[in-house]
Design a protein around this ligand. Structure first.
Ligand SMILES: [Zn+2]
Length: 289
């Protein structure tokens, strides 16, 4: 499931490839996404230019040349491909593998853009969505309005952390997964962030010391930046990148590593797996207290 770094990489790829192109037409192959794609919305965007692309949490915001923004959420399996004239299909991120044309049956929308460029939205499980919103109303959108600060925002700092957790009784893993506290983190990166911070995922937030809060803030920014960096140059040729896992997956310390030796060299522990709020949590009980 794409988390903030994956969406950021998609954003960067799209920014590079489709900014300033105009939308000639859109083919709806299967509009039954999380929200049904409305034909009247598609008419509204025909002929418009793509002005800029932003990211808010795990949402992509595609600004058009009038009052509209296309809001995209990739859900579980949403992905964009780009196909340019006389070139092979390109990925826009690194979190998915290509299957030699097998994925075409899951193409849901095809945007025909100027300069003979096609933007293809592919989604196996169809939990993603693509919806139109006016610029003035974007912050009232039900998905956008409740989001907490971006992890890279200056307002996401110790002061904010201390105030937010005051009087609350939760475990740290749940808090970090809560999009109202900080937006864009998901299960993979929360596991990794807690490992780097030496904090047990079941720790109660009321018991966390100030230096531990600082560690968490620092590691959130660090882990996400690193993940974005690993994916930063991954618009690759369709064929040459097929079958390869994203490089960032090879750098996980605990996520999905149950039973593996702890990666801290002086530790003899093994990575454990437990369930917290129905989600898998991976950690080293020796390093993470
Ligand atoms: Zn350890």
């Amino acid at each position: 499931m794409p988390e903030l770094p994956e969406v950021e990489v998609v954003k960067k790829s799209l920014e590079k490839e489709i900014t300033n192109l105009s939308i000639k037409r859109v083919k709806i192959k299967d509009g039954n996404l999380r929200y049904k794609v409305k034909r009247q919305d598609i008419y509204k965007i025909k002929g418009l230019k793509i002005k800029k692309i932003k990211r808010r949490s795990k949402y992509l915001l595609i600004f058009l040349s009038n009052d509209f923004i296309i809001i995209v959420h990739l859900g579980m399996t949403g992905k964009f491909f780009i196909k340019k004239k006389n070139k092979s299909k390109q990925k826009t991120s690194f979190y998915y593998n290509l299957q030699n044309g097998q994925e075409e049956k899951h193409d849901r929308l095809i945007f025909y853009l100027s300069k003979e460029t096609k933007l293809i939205y592919n989604d196996v499980r169809k939990f993603g969505f693509i919806t139109l919103c006016s610029k003035r109303k974007v912050f009232e959108n039900k998905h956008i309005k409740k989001l907490g600060p971006e992890p890279f925002d200056r307002n996401f700092n110790l002061d904010y952390f201390v105030k937010y957790i005051n009087g609350k009784k939760r475990v740290i893993k749940d808090l970090l997964m809560d999009q109202k506290f900080v937006s864009g983190l998901g299960n993979i990166y929360v596991n990794e962030i807690l490992f780097f911070s030496n904090i047990n995922p079941k720790r109660k937030i009321s018991n966390l010391k100030e230096f531990e809060l600082l560690q968490i803030i620092k590691n959130i920014k660090k882990v996400l930046k690193k993940a974005i960096l690993f994916g930063g140059s991954t618009i690759k040729d369709f064929k040459s990148s097929s079958g390869k896992l994203g490089e960032f997956q090879q750098h996980f310390k605990v996520y999905g590593k149950k039973g593996h030796q702890c990666s801290n060299l002086d530790c003899k522990g093994k990575v454990k797996k437990i369930t917290i709020s129905n989600r898998s949590s991976f950690f080293c009980s020796i390093c993470q207290k």
